[in-house]
Design a protein around this ligand. Structure first.
Ligand SMILES: Nc1ncnc2c1ncn2[C@@H]1O[C@H](COP(=O)(O)OP(=O)(O)OP(=O)(O)O)[C@@H](O)[C@H]1O
Ligand SMILES: [Mg+2]
Length: 247
């Protein structure tokens, strides 16, 4: 469903992506794994058209989004939900208003209908009836849940997660991994999860790809990925080097 070919991106002298090739299958969870600073967020931003590549193609259902104008990109973006790094909630708005935000932005639905959808999405992420809380009253894990409810508000075909478990303690990270897996199963949508956590990668991924020095150096099913002969992958997967907790 998403086909990335020969993607290049530099910022000034710094080459971040130097020929990324990756196929992201529809209705599955694909994990992009890589160390901090390797360009994972930059790659994700290309997929939703927030960043334009220097070179390369990104086909979504056969349409090259790198060729689209701003209005067309905006239109396309409605098909995406995104859970930003650190959830990125609006702190001055209630949980309910945060989840309702994309519905007010992108639809002409009546208030009552929006309230119904918000309640349903909060229920889906395990926070029923929490509309009135403020983000400051929430734990890190709850914030991610609200961020996910907001990402799901428009019933997107593709949901992107930028480091959904970073900064959470292990039980909370696991609860979020479980929620991602369950939501993907329930909705059958295309999920793309970016993480530097091996634990998260193996818990949520149907497919795992590793970004390293500007390229995808390995990809496959979790089982095949684990057996990779690539020494960089093996070093990353080897416990005891503190890589999982990096960043
Ligand atoms: N808009 C920008 N302008 C200049 N440099 C940028 C920009 N966005 C990202 N970079 C640089 O690109 C590199 C990759 O950044 P990116 O945020 O994609 O890393 P990451 O893999 O997501 O890291 P982390 O795991 O810490 O989130 C970094 O060196 C960053 O400074
Ligand atoms: Mg990042």
């Amino acid at each position: 469903m998403i086909e990335i070919t020969g993607l290049h991106k530099s910022f000034g002298e710094q080459k971040v992506l130097t020929g990324v090739d990756l196929q992201i299958p529809a209705r599955k969870s694909t994990v992009i794994l890589g160390r901090s600073g390797v360009g994972k967020s930059v790659l994700l931003k290309h997929i939703i058209g927030l960043v334009r590549p220097d070179r390369g193609r990104i086909l979504i259902d056969g349409v090259d989004i790198t060729k689209l104008g701003d209005t067309e990109i905006n239109e396309m973006r409605k098909r995406f939900g995104m859970l930003f790094q650190d959830a990125a909630l609006f702190d001055s708005m209630t949980v309910g208003a945060n989840v309702a935000f994309p519905l007010y932005e992108h639809t002409n639905l009546k208030e009552k209908e929006i309230a119904r959808i918000v309640a349903q999405k909060l229920e889906q992420v395990g926070l029923p009836g929490e509309e009135g809380k403020m983000p400051a009253q929430l734990s890190g894990g709850m914030k991610r849940r609200v961020g996910l409810a907001r990402a799901l508000a428009l019933d997107p075909e593709i949901v992107l997660f930028d480091e959904p478990t970073a900064g959470l303690d292990p039980p909370m990270a696991e609860a979020i991994e479980e929620l991602i897996t369950q939501t993907q199963q329930d909705l059958g949508r295309t999920f793309v999860v970016i993480t530097h956590s091996i634990h998260t990668a193996f818990h949520v991924g149907h497919k795992i790809a590793m970004l390293h020095e500007g390229k995808i150096i390995e990809e496959g099913s979790p089982r095949a990925f684990r057996k990779s002969l690539n020494p960089v992958v093996q070093a990353f997967l080897t416990p005891g080097e503190g890589k999982e907790e990096q960043a």
